[in-house]
Design a protein around this ligand. Structure first.
Ligand code: MTE
Length: 324
Protein backbone atom coordinates (compact mmCIF):
# COMPACT_ATOMS: atom_id res chain seq x y z
CA UNK A 1 0.00 0.00 0.00
CA UNK A 2 1.27 3.40 -0.90
CA UNK A 3 0.87 5.91 1.81
CA UNK A 4 2.19 9.33 0.95
CA UNK A 5 2.35 11.86 -1.80
CA UNK A 6 5.52 12.53 -3.65
CA UNK A 7 7.13 15.70 -2.20
CA UNK A 8 6.29 17.70 -5.35
CA UNK A 9 2.64 16.83 -4.94
CA UNK A 10 2.57 15.18 -8.37
CA UNK A 11 1.00 11.77 -8.79
CA UNK A 12 3.50 9.51 -10.47
CA UNK A 13 2.73 6.31 -12.28
CA UNK A 14 5.26 4.01 -10.62
CA UNK A 15 4.97 2.90 -7.03
CA UNK A 16 8.73 3.14 -6.63
CA UNK A 17 8.44 6.86 -7.21
CA UNK A 18 5.58 7.56 -4.86
CA UNK A 19 6.57 5.28 -2.04
CA UNK A 20 7.78 7.03 1.10
CA UNK A 21 11.42 6.90 2.00
CA UNK A 22 10.92 4.68 5.06
CA UNK A 23 9.23 2.09 2.84
CA UNK A 24 11.98 2.40 0.32
CA UNK A 25 14.74 1.93 2.83
CA UNK A 26 12.94 -1.11 4.18
CA UNK A 27 12.87 -2.57 0.66
CA UNK A 28 16.57 -2.02 0.22
CA UNK A 29 17.25 -3.80 3.50
CA UNK A 30 15.15 -6.73 2.32
CA UNK A 31 17.01 -6.91 -0.96
CA UNK A 32 20.29 -6.86 0.93
CA UNK A 33 19.10 -9.64 3.22
CA UNK A 34 17.96 -11.70 0.25
CA UNK A 35 21.31 -11.28 -1.40
CA UNK A 36 22.97 -12.42 1.82
CA UNK A 37 20.74 -15.51 1.91
CA UNK A 38 21.62 -16.39 -1.67
CA UNK A 39 25.26 -15.94 -0.85
CA UNK A 40 25.24 -18.74 1.68
CA UNK A 41 24.76 -21.15 -1.20
CA UNK A 42 21.70 -23.17 -0.35
CA UNK A 43 19.40 -20.11 -0.30
CA UNK A 44 18.08 -20.49 -3.83
CA UNK A 45 17.38 -24.18 -3.39
CA UNK A 46 15.57 -23.44 -0.13
CA UNK A 47 13.41 -20.82 -1.80
CA UNK A 48 12.41 -23.17 -4.63
CA UNK A 49 11.76 -25.96 -2.20
CA UNK A 50 9.60 -23.77 0.01
CA UNK A 51 7.47 -22.82 -2.97
CA UNK A 52 6.96 -26.48 -3.88
CA UNK A 53 6.08 -27.33 -0.28
CA UNK A 54 3.65 -24.45 -0.06
CA UNK A 55 1.65 -25.92 -2.94
CA UNK A 56 1.40 -29.18 -1.10
CA UNK A 57 0.30 -28.00 2.33
CA UNK A 58 -1.88 -30.04 4.72
CA UNK A 59 -5.31 -30.59 3.20
CA UNK A 60 -8.55 -29.32 4.71
CA UNK A 61 -11.92 -30.85 3.86
CA UNK A 62 -14.71 -28.37 3.24
CA UNK A 63 -18.07 -28.27 1.49
CA UNK A 64 -18.50 -25.64 -1.22
CA UNK A 65 -21.00 -22.95 -0.31
CA UNK A 66 -22.24 -22.35 -3.84
CA UNK A 67 -24.78 -19.72 -2.82
CA UNK A 68 -22.03 -17.43 -1.54
CA UNK A 69 -19.48 -18.24 -4.26
CA UNK A 70 -18.75 -16.48 -7.50
CA UNK A 71 -18.37 -18.67 -10.60
CA UNK A 72 -15.63 -16.48 -12.06
CA UNK A 73 -12.35 -18.05 -13.15
CA UNK A 74 -10.05 -18.75 -10.20
CA UNK A 75 -6.76 -16.97 -9.80
CA UNK A 76 -3.97 -19.56 -9.82
CA UNK A 77 -2.63 -20.77 -6.48
CA UNK A 78 0.78 -19.62 -7.63
CA UNK A 79 -0.36 -16.03 -8.14
CA UNK A 80 -2.46 -15.99 -4.98
CA UNK A 81 0.46 -17.17 -2.85
CA UNK A 82 3.25 -15.19 -4.50
CA UNK A 83 1.67 -11.77 -4.99
CA UNK A 84 0.90 -10.70 -1.46
CA UNK A 85 0.60 -7.80 0.89
CA UNK A 86 1.90 -8.79 4.31
CA UNK A 87 4.10 -5.96 5.48
CA UNK A 88 5.31 -7.84 8.52
CA UNK A 89 7.35 -9.86 5.99
CA UNK A 90 8.41 -7.15 3.58
CA UNK A 91 7.08 -4.46 1.32
CA UNK A 92 7.32 -5.96 -2.14
CA UNK A 93 4.69 -8.37 -3.42
CA UNK A 94 7.13 -11.30 -3.52
CA UNK A 95 8.59 -10.71 -0.05
CA UNK A 96 5.95 -12.53 2.02
CA UNK A 97 6.34 -15.76 -0.03
CA UNK A 98 10.07 -15.60 0.48
CA UNK A 99 10.20 -14.50 4.08
CA UNK A 100 7.12 -15.88 5.85
CA UNK A 101 8.62 -19.33 6.44
CA UNK A 102 9.81 -17.90 9.79
CA UNK A 103 6.21 -17.59 11.01
CA UNK A 104 5.40 -20.32 13.57
CA UNK A 105 1.75 -21.27 13.28
CA UNK A 106 1.73 -23.97 16.00
CA UNK A 107 1.06 -23.61 18.86
CA UNK A 108 -1.33 -20.74 18.15
CA UNK A 109 -4.10 -19.33 20.27
CA UNK A 110 -6.72 -16.72 19.55
CA UNK A 111 -8.03 -14.62 22.43
CA UNK A 112 -11.58 -13.23 22.24
CA UNK A 113 -12.41 -10.67 24.90
CA UNK A 114 -13.82 -7.24 25.67
CA UNK A 115 -17.55 -6.59 25.81
CA UNK A 116 -18.47 -10.28 26.04
CA UNK A 117 -19.97 -12.49 28.73
CA UNK A 118 -17.66 -15.43 28.05
CA UNK A 119 -14.14 -14.38 27.03
CA UNK A 120 -12.17 -17.28 25.57
CA UNK A 121 -8.72 -18.31 24.49
CA UNK A 122 -9.05 -20.83 21.68
CA UNK A 123 -6.36 -23.10 20.35
CA UNK A 124 -6.08 -23.19 16.56
CA UNK A 125 -7.02 -26.90 16.40
CA UNK A 126 -10.21 -26.21 18.35
CA UNK A 127 -10.94 -23.27 16.08
CA UNK A 128 -10.65 -25.54 13.04
CA UNK A 129 -13.47 -27.69 14.46
CA UNK A 130 -15.72 -24.99 15.87
CA UNK A 131 -18.06 -25.06 12.83
CA UNK A 132 -18.14 -27.03 9.55
CA UNK A 133 -15.58 -25.65 7.13
CA UNK A 134 -16.99 -24.18 3.93
CA UNK A 135 -15.30 -23.35 0.68
CA UNK A 136 -16.33 -19.92 -0.59
CA UNK A 137 -15.03 -18.47 -3.80
CA UNK A 138 -14.72 -14.77 -3.11
CA UNK A 139 -13.37 -11.84 -5.04
CA UNK A 140 -10.72 -9.93 -3.09
CA UNK A 141 -10.17 -6.36 -4.30
CA UNK A 142 -7.10 -4.52 -3.07
CA UNK A 143 -7.18 -0.76 -2.57
CA UNK A 144 -4.18 -0.64 -4.90
CA UNK A 145 -6.38 -1.54 -7.88
CA UNK A 146 -5.92 -5.26 -8.43
CA UNK A 147 -8.16 -8.20 -7.62
CA UNK A 148 -8.11 -11.98 -7.34
CA UNK A 149 -10.70 -14.79 -7.16
CA UNK A 150 -9.79 -17.29 -4.45
CA UNK A 151 -11.44 -20.40 -2.97
CA UNK A 152 -11.17 -19.62 0.75
CA UNK A 153 -11.91 -22.15 3.50
CA UNK A 154 -13.51 -21.21 6.77
CA UNK A 155 -16.85 -20.37 8.34
CA UNK A 156 -18.79 -17.23 9.17
CA UNK A 157 -17.12 -15.26 11.93
CA UNK A 158 -20.56 -14.99 13.55
CA UNK A 159 -20.21 -18.62 14.75
CA UNK A 160 -17.27 -17.61 16.88
CA UNK A 161 -18.70 -14.32 18.09
CA UNK A 162 -21.90 -15.99 19.25
CA UNK A 163 -19.87 -18.35 21.45
CA UNK A 164 -18.55 -15.47 23.55
CA UNK A 165 -21.97 -13.82 23.96
CA UNK A 166 -21.49 -10.11 23.23
CA UNK A 167 -22.86 -7.70 25.85
CA UNK A 168 -25.23 -4.88 24.93
CA UNK A 169 -22.24 -2.50 24.88
CA UNK A 170 -20.48 -4.31 22.04
CA UNK A 171 -20.72 -2.14 18.93
CA UNK A 172 -17.44 -2.76 17.10
CA UNK A 173 -14.93 -5.58 16.70
CA UNK A 174 -11.17 -5.07 16.68
CA UNK A 175 -8.79 -7.61 15.11
CA UNK A 176 -5.11 -7.71 16.04
CA UNK A 177 -2.44 -9.54 14.07
CA UNK A 178 0.65 -11.12 15.58
CA UNK A 179 3.58 -8.72 15.96
CA UNK A 180 6.73 -10.64 16.86
CA UNK A 181 9.96 -9.19 15.58
CA UNK A 182 11.72 -12.54 16.04
CA UNK A 183 9.44 -14.07 13.43
CA UNK A 184 8.57 -11.00 11.37
CA UNK A 185 11.51 -9.10 9.90
CA UNK A 186 9.20 -6.44 8.43
CA UNK A 187 8.40 -5.02 11.86
CA UNK A 188 11.72 -3.20 11.66
CA UNK A 189 10.46 -1.16 8.69
CA UNK A 190 8.32 1.18 10.79
CA UNK A 191 5.85 1.61 7.90
CA UNK A 192 2.95 1.04 10.27
CA UNK A 193 2.53 1.37 13.98
CA UNK A 194 2.55 -2.36 14.80
CA UNK A 195 0.68 -4.53 15.53
CA UNK A 196 -1.54 -4.50 12.46
CA UNK A 197 -5.02 -3.69 13.75
CA UNK A 198 -8.27 -3.63 11.83
CA UNK A 199 -11.88 -3.19 12.80
CA UNK A 200 -15.48 -3.70 11.76
CA UNK A 201 -18.82 -2.61 13.08
CA UNK A 202 -20.44 -5.49 14.99
CA UNK A 203 -23.18 -5.95 12.37
CA UNK A 204 -20.53 -6.14 9.62
CA UNK A 205 -18.60 -8.71 11.62
CA UNK A 206 -21.80 -10.74 12.13
CA UNK A 207 -22.75 -10.66 8.44
CA UNK A 208 -22.73 -14.22 7.03
CA UNK A 209 -20.27 -13.19 4.27
CA UNK A 210 -17.56 -12.26 6.81
CA UNK A 211 -15.34 -15.31 6.79
CA UNK A 212 -13.06 -16.50 9.57
CA UNK A 213 -10.55 -18.00 7.19
CA UNK A 214 -8.38 -21.02 7.91
CA UNK A 215 -7.41 -22.22 4.44
CA UNK A 216 -7.50 -21.74 0.69
CA UNK A 217 -7.39 -24.00 -2.38
CA UNK A 218 -8.26 -27.07 -0.27
CA UNK A 219 -5.38 -26.70 2.18
CA UNK A 220 -4.32 -24.73 5.24
CA UNK A 221 -3.39 -21.11 4.60
CA UNK A 222 0.16 -20.60 3.36
CA UNK A 223 2.03 -18.40 5.86
CA UNK A 224 2.21 -15.53 3.38
CA UNK A 225 -1.61 -15.51 3.10
CA UNK A 226 -2.08 -15.05 6.83
CA UNK A 227 -1.77 -18.48 8.47
CA UNK A 228 -3.11 -19.91 10.60
CA UNK A 229 -6.22 -17.71 10.83
CA UNK A 230 -7.26 -14.48 9.11
CA UNK A 231 -10.32 -12.59 8.11
CA UNK A 232 -11.83 -12.19 4.64
CA UNK A 233 -14.36 -9.37 4.26
CA UNK A 234 -15.12 -9.62 0.56
CA UNK A 235 -16.97 -6.30 0.06
CA UNK A 236 -14.19 -4.22 1.57
CA UNK A 237 -10.74 -3.34 0.30
CA UNK A 238 -8.27 -6.12 1.09
CA UNK A 239 -6.53 -4.31 3.94
CA UNK A 240 -9.60 -4.79 6.15
CA UNK A 241 -8.88 -8.55 6.05
CA UNK A 242 -6.27 -8.86 8.82
CA UNK A 243 -3.85 -11.79 8.70
CA UNK A 244 -2.47 -14.11 11.41
CA UNK A 245 -4.94 -12.91 14.04
CA UNK A 246 -4.11 -13.39 17.73
CA UNK A 247 -6.81 -11.26 19.35
CA UNK A 248 -10.40 -10.27 18.68
CA UNK A 249 -11.86 -7.65 20.99
CA UNK A 250 -15.46 -6.51 21.11
CA UNK A 251 -15.59 -2.84 22.02
CA UNK A 252 -18.10 -0.05 22.50
CA UNK A 253 -16.28 2.58 20.37
CA UNK A 254 -14.88 2.54 16.85
CA UNK A 255 -11.36 1.15 17.24
CA UNK A 256 -8.25 2.76 15.80
CA UNK A 257 -6.89 0.88 12.82
CA UNK A 258 -3.30 0.68 11.58
CA UNK A 259 -3.86 2.08 8.09
CA UNK A 260 -6.23 4.79 9.24
CA UNK A 261 -3.65 5.91 11.82
CA UNK A 262 -0.96 6.02 9.18
CA UNK A 263 -2.89 7.89 6.47
CA UNK A 264 -6.41 8.85 7.59
CA UNK A 265 -7.33 10.68 4.39
CA UNK A 266 -6.47 7.65 2.30
CA UNK A 267 -7.75 4.71 4.34
CA UNK A 268 -11.05 5.25 6.08
CA UNK A 269 -12.58 2.99 8.70
CA UNK A 270 -15.28 1.64 6.40
CA UNK A 271 -13.24 1.10 3.23
CA UNK A 272 -16.12 -0.44 1.34
CA UNK A 273 -15.19 -1.12 -2.27
CA UNK A 274 -16.74 1.89 -3.99
CA UNK A 275 -15.97 2.87 -7.58
CA UNK A 276 -17.51 6.30 -6.93
CA UNK A 277 -15.03 7.26 -4.23
CA UNK A 278 -11.56 7.72 -5.59
CA UNK A 279 -8.52 7.15 -3.48
CA UNK A 280 -6.95 10.63 -3.07
CA UNK A 281 -4.19 9.61 -5.49
CA UNK A 282 -5.89 7.30 -7.97
CA UNK A 283 -9.26 6.27 -9.35
CA UNK A 284 -11.06 3.26 -7.92
CA UNK A 285 -13.36 2.88 -10.94
CA UNK A 286 -11.57 -0.14 -12.39
CA UNK A 287 -9.25 -2.96 -11.43
CA UNK A 288 -6.74 -5.37 -12.90
CA UNK A 289 -7.41 -9.07 -12.31
CA UNK A 290 -4.16 -10.75 -11.35
CA UNK A 291 -3.28 -13.35 -13.99
CA UNK A 292 -4.90 -11.35 -16.80
CA UNK A 293 -1.68 -9.66 -17.74
CA UNK A 294 -1.82 -9.31 -21.55
CA UNK A 295 -0.77 -5.92 -22.84
CA UNK A 296 -4.21 -5.27 -24.31
CA UNK A 297 -6.16 -6.92 -21.52
CA UNK A 298 -8.85 -4.40 -20.57
CA UNK A 299 -9.24 -3.52 -16.92
CA UNK A 300 -12.46 -4.59 -15.26
CA UNK A 301 -15.00 -2.13 -13.95
CA UNK A 302 -15.01 -2.15 -10.17
CA UNK A 303 -18.42 -2.97 -8.72
CA UNK A 304 -20.05 -1.28 -5.75
CA UNK A 305 -19.38 -3.39 -2.65
CA UNK A 306 -17.14 -5.48 -4.92
CA UNK A 307 -20.35 -6.99 -6.33
CA UNK A 308 -21.68 -8.16 -2.92
CA UNK A 309 -24.98 -6.26 -3.10
CA UNK A 310 -26.39 -8.24 -0.20
CA UNK A 311 -24.47 -5.99 2.23
CA UNK A 312 -26.02 -2.75 0.94
CA UNK A 313 -28.68 -2.75 3.68
CA UNK A 314 -25.94 -2.45 6.32
CA UNK A 315 -25.34 1.10 5.08
CA UNK A 316 -28.86 2.37 4.47
CA UNK A 317 -28.99 6.11 5.10
CA UNK A 318 -25.20 6.48 5.38
CA UNK A 319 -23.26 8.87 3.19
CA UNK A 320 -20.67 6.48 1.80
CA UNK A 321 -18.54 9.33 0.49
CA UNK A 322 -18.19 10.80 3.94
CA UNK A 323 -17.77 7.41 5.58
CA UNK A 324 -15.28 6.07 3.06
N1 MTE B 1 -2.70 -8.24 7.45
C1 MTE B 1 -1.53 -8.00 8.05
N2 MTE B 1 -1.34 -8.44 9.30
N3 MTE B 1 -0.52 -7.31 7.43
C2 MTE B 1 -0.66 -6.82 6.16
O1 MTE B 1 0.26 -6.19 5.63
N4 MTE B 1 -2.15 -6.56 4.21
C3 MTE B 1 -3.56 -6.39 3.85
C4 MTE B 1 -4.40 -7.62 4.21
N5 MTE B 1 -4.09 -8.10 5.54
C5 MTE B 1 -1.91 -7.05 5.49
C6 MTE B 1 -2.89 -7.79 6.18
C7 MTE B 1 -3.73 -6.07 2.43
S1 MTE B 1 -3.27 -4.50 1.96
C8 MTE B 1 -4.28 -6.95 1.54
S2 MTE B 1 -4.66 -6.46 -0.06
C9 MTE B 1 -4.56 -8.35 1.93
O2 MTE B 1 -4.14 -8.65 3.26
C10 MTE B 1 -3.82 -9.27 0.97
O3 MTE B 1 -4.13 -10.62 1.24
P1 MTE B 1 -3.43 -11.75 0.33
O4 MTE B 1 -1.96 -11.47 0.37
O5 MTE B 1 -3.79 -13.06 0.94
O6 MTE B 1 -3.99 -11.58 -1.06
Amino acid sequence: MLIKRNPNGIDLPFSSEITPQSVYQGRRQFIARMAATAAVGSGIWEMANREALAQDGPKLAARRNAALSTDEKLTSFKDASNYNNYYEFGLDKGDPAENAHTLRTRPWTLRIEGEVKKPMTIDIDTLLKLAPLEERIYRLRCVEGWSMVIPWLGYSLSHLIRQVEPTGNAKFVEFTSLADSKQMPGLRSGVLDWPYVEGLRLDEAMHPLTLLTLGMYGQVLPNQNGAPVRLIVPWKYGFKSAKSIVRIRLVSRQPRTAWNDSAPREYGFYSNVNPNVDHPRWSQASERRIGETGLFQPKRKTLMFNGYDQVASLYTGMDLKRFY
